[in-house]
Design a protein around this ligand. Structure first.
Ligand code: BGC
Length: 844
């Protein structure tokens, strides 16, 4: 399926038939996911869907189920361009099954810091690896008729204060690191759309940024697609139109109300020509997607395709990284384990398949590690299970034992016009659980009271915890037991389910009925609320004292003691690793509970294996207490099967880290400049971040000195296999067209089939302190049978070694000798060849 060629005459004809007001209306969404249409003028609407590891459809929570693909951090760990293309291709089928023709993906911003809340959605700390994989992913999508929306352009490397944070980055680092994945993917794969970032870049919001949109994207890179804002990320009327933001999303508009834009045109702040240019891009986008011929937006459907299931499982296992494997404890062989006892601990019964926020999907299904292992190892293994650690961030919603005003299970919600919930409600409804959040429909109500009658079955101190978007209270039998006196301090965290709520204890008697009320008011002011402005929202969590204080650790230790092997599944649930906020800690949540679990299990069971599901590096203070560690990321709906395939050797691990794992957080290059500092600006506090590490992001920093190198736990590009590979006969030669061709003979020296990732790095031989020692310039994934040798050839362009000069405004390649380094990671070098290159300079 390919996109239609744009018929310029048709577009000009349509444009000329639209009034100024109609053209302005086209420049913002109609609703949350669709663009504005004018059926009587022949202008259809198109539907978008998130992105990037599934096509979620129009519902934020629940809704029609969707295939959940591996997160991009896992995809990046495959270093496999074909895998990226195949995922894009399958995702296009899924996007169409949700009635959409546009997917809001891929996310490509480089991982700047291990606490980055959205790192999991994005590929790598290395812009080249990210750009190359993203390009294939986009090819896969667009070849199959779905538009990619590469995001978030640009410099969106953190989530703290994401609507207002001002990211200060020098032009060299901007060009070489932060714009680079966009540049590579945009030039190679021509995504039909670009989504701007929420943040401010060097003082200007990304949606209104002339340098980023006009000079670089459309000017220097010559890209001609549609620019849309992130959801609620349009920040101006005239400036964003003038800078080149075609489409404000979502709708209805906040910044492009027809009369206001008409007034801006009359005042000369925006020209009619600019309006035409923006509207033309919207029409061209519709034309490319064939919307004029077929304007239908089919209903959402859940379609489970066996080929998608196979793809998700195989890419999932290929991207899992084996970090440690002492004494060859892995793979676990069925024969060796017959009649043995295996303890499954931690998240064995929860499949951590994706991170939180817009990348989460209501998956068709989710295979847990326990299910995957039981299927793989069969009945002869005796499994036992213990959770071992409390990992909740918020108390679970209060449901059991609660009835509403009509005596039905659940809560009564009464809405009031007034600021406080007094007098007669204007509307009432009921809800199964004590939570409310009308994201898509803006309500005009001022306050809300939720009432439930609760009869506990246990006596004792129970835990209640609530958060409201605005001021809120909990009342028990008419008495206020907790009050939140201000707006929620982090509205985004509230939306995405990750505010740590103060836990209050309240004593209940079993069998007595209590009236519990939650009163919540509309938030005051609009600072940082963006999409949530004018909305009432709350949640109430509850736990019995017994559940809350249960000693899970001792239970797990007892289970582990009696077993031959213990597998501890650690990780981040979507509440802990999510869009909208950065991670609270480098240590696994919560409060060290998972670290204590691994250490205690490792102390009583000499055969302990850890399988970690996070999208980022985490501290591993227990590393020397366990035999094996597997980094499984977020593998999508087949998680348990993909993990079991790796643990049992059905798939030989071939994943390599797409980011460095530092020993300590303080060793991260952005440490001290993440998530920034608050400064006073126009009477407001604003978060300000300096990208002081410049181009020395990730391995570029650790590579600089022996001291830096010692701070790395697992280097970029690292990963073990159940076989071993050797590299001989390293060669590199400059060919006539400015290219360098590298060849190396790779042999599988072990006894099972496997895949090696040959990595090529290069850097000038002169020690130039302002340049990285070496940078990734090429890679290849090579599949080899035992004993097999293949000559692998990787070609790169000398241009990849040029650096951006802020003085001249050009890319400059210094003449001299360059070391071409071939390796199995940035640290495990198998050979180095020197090539001489002449000076060159290029326009950006
Ligand atoms: C996210 C985008 C997403 C959009 C629509 C925003 O909050 O930043 O990545 O595509 O919501 O859900």
């Amino acid at each position: 399926m390919s996109f239609k060629n744009v018929d310029s005459a048709q577009i000009e004809n349509l444009l000329s038939n639209l009034t100024l007001e109609e053209k302005i209306s086209l420049l913002a969404g109609k609703n949350f996911w669709e663009t504005v249409d004018f059926p009587e003028k022949g202008v259809p609407s198109v539907k978008t869907s998130d992105g990037p590891n599934g096509a979620r459809g129009a519902t934020f929570k629940g809704g029609v189920t969707a295939a959940c693909f591996p997160a991009s951090c896992l995809l990046a760990s495959t270093w496999d361009l074909e895998a990226a293309k195949n995922i894009g291709n399958a995702l296009a089928d899924e996007t169409r099954s949700k009635g959409a023709r546009v997917i809001l993906a891929p996310t490509v911003c480089p991982h700047r810091h291990p606490l980055g809340g959205r790192n999991f959605e994005s590929f790598s700390e290395d812009p080249f690896l990210a750009g190359k994989l993203a390009a294939q992913y986009i090819h896969g999508l667009q070849e199959n008729g779905v538009a990619a929306t590469i995001k978030h352009y640009a410099v969106n490397e953190q989530e703290t204060c994401r609507f207002t944070v001002d990211e200060h980055v020098a032009e060299r680092a901007l060009r070489e690191i932060y714009l680079k994945p966009f540049e590579i993917a945009i030039k190679e794969a021509k995504p039909l759309a670009v989504m701007t970032a929420y943040n401010i870049v060097n003082g200007t919001h990304a949606d209104s940024h002339e340098f980023l949109l006009k000079d670089v994207l459309r000017g220097q890179w010559g890209w001609d697609g549609l620019v849309m804002s992130d959801w609620g990320g349009t920040n101006s009327t005239a400036d964003s139109l003038n800078a080149g933001l075609d489409l404000e999303m979502p709708g209805p508009t906040r910044w492009r109300k027809v009369d206001e834009v008409v007034a801006a045109v009359k005042a000369g702040a925006v020209s009619e020509k600019t309006i035409d240019n923006r509207a033309r891009k919207v029409l061209e986008f519709l034309a490319k997607l064939n919307c004029f011929e077929d304007p239908s937006i089919p209903d959402e459907r859940a379609i489970i395709l066996p080929e998608h299931q196979r793809l998700i499982r195989s890419v999932g296992s290929q991207g899992i990284v084996l970090l440690k494997n002492d004494a060859g404890i892995l793979p676990l062989k069925k024969e060796g384990l017959a009649k043995k006892k295996v303890a499954l601990l931690g998240f064995a019964r929860e499949a951590l398949i994706h991170g939180g926020g817009s990348a989460s999907v209501n998956a068709h299904y989710r295979v847990t590690p326990e299910e995957g292992l039981r299927a793989a190892l069969g009945d002869t293994v005796e499994f036992s299970y213990a959770k071992g650690a409390h990992t909740f961030r918020q108390l679970p919603l209060m449901g059991e034992g609660v009835v509403n005003r009509d005596g039905q299970s659940g809560w009564t919600l009464d809405f009031f016009d007034a600021e406080e919930p007094n007098g007669e409600p204007v509307s009432s409804s009921s809800s199964e659980l004590p939570t409310y959040m009308p994201l898509f429909v803006k309500e005009s109500w001022g306050s809300l009271r939720a009432t439930g009658r609760f009869t506990p079955t246990q006596s004792g101190n129970h835990y209640l915890a609530m958060s409201g978007l605005g001021r809120s209270k909990i009342l028990v039998d008419g008495k206020v037991v907790y009050e939140q006196k201000e707006n929620c301090p982090d509205s985004m965290a509230f939306l995405l389910g990750g505010v740590k709520e103060p836990e209050n204890q309240y004593s209940f008697e079993a069998g007595t009925t209590y009236t519990i009320e939650i009163e919540t008011m509309k938030p005051t002011g609009s600072g940082g609320l963006s999409l949530l402005e004018g909305i009432i929202g709350f949640r109430l969590g509850f736990m019995t004292e017994k559940d809350h204080n249960r000693d899970l650790l001792s239970e797990a230790v007892e289970v582990a003691k009696g077993c031959d092997l213990a597998i501890v599944f650690t990780g981040h649930t979507p509440d802990w690793e999510t869009e909208g906020q950065d991670q609270v800690s480098f240590h696994l949540p919560s409060n060290g509970s998972q670290d204590r679990l691994v250490a205690a299990v490792g102390a009583v069971n000499a055969n302990t294996v850890v399988v970690n599901c996070t999208g980022v590096a985490v501290a591993m203070p227990w590393l020397d207490k366990v035999k094996a560690v597997v980094q499984a990321w977020f593998p999508g709906q087949e998680a348990g099967n993909a993990i079991a395939d790796v643990l049992t050797g059905a798939a030989n691990p071939a994943g390599r880290l797409p980011m460095s794992f530092p020993r300590k957080l303080e060793d991260a290059p952005a440490h001290g400049n993440f998530p920034g500092e608050f400064v006073e600006k126009d009477g407001n506090r604003q978060l300000h971040v300096n990208y002081e590490e410049g181009v020395f992001v990730g391995y570029r920093h650790y590579d600089r000195s022996e001291e830096n190198r010692s701070k790395i736990l697992f280097p970029f590009g690292y990963g073990l296999s159940y076989t071993t590979f050797t590299h001989v006969n390293h060669q590199a030669r400059v060919t006539g067209d400015n290219s360098i061709e590298v060849t190396v003979d790779v042999t599988n020296a072990g006894t099972c089939a496997g895949a090696e990732v040959v990595q090529v790095y290069a850097g000038t031989k002169l020690a130039v302190p302002e340049n990285p020692v070496k940078e990734l310039v090429g890679f290849a994934k090579v599949h080899l049978e035992p004993g097999e040798t293949k000559t692998t050839s990787i070609t790169f362009n000398a241009r990849q070694l040029a650096h951006f000069s802020e003085q001249s405004g050009t890319w400059e390649l210094q003449s001299g000798d360059y070391e071409v380094t071939i390796g199995q990671s940035v640290r495990d070098i198998t050979g180095t060849v020197t090539v001489g290159l002449g000076a060159q300079s290029y326009d950006p």
